[in-house]
Unconditional design. Sequence first.
Length: 73
Amino acid sequence: MFRRSIMALAALSLFSLPAFAATEYWVAKNATTDKCEVVARKPDGKSWIEVGKIGHKTRHEAQSALKAAAECR
């Protein structure tokens, strides 16, 4: 019974790891240099200013949004 519990716990943790590793990417503009970049954290609004209002699931989507943003041209 103990072994079955350990196996169930191991399987549960194995399948939940990708959910903890999920990251959102944001298009942000540096307040001092006025250059836009893709960042892995939500911009704070002081040193990094958010471009757009959504986070992107992949870096590729964020790069596409960066190229399409009028503020970043």
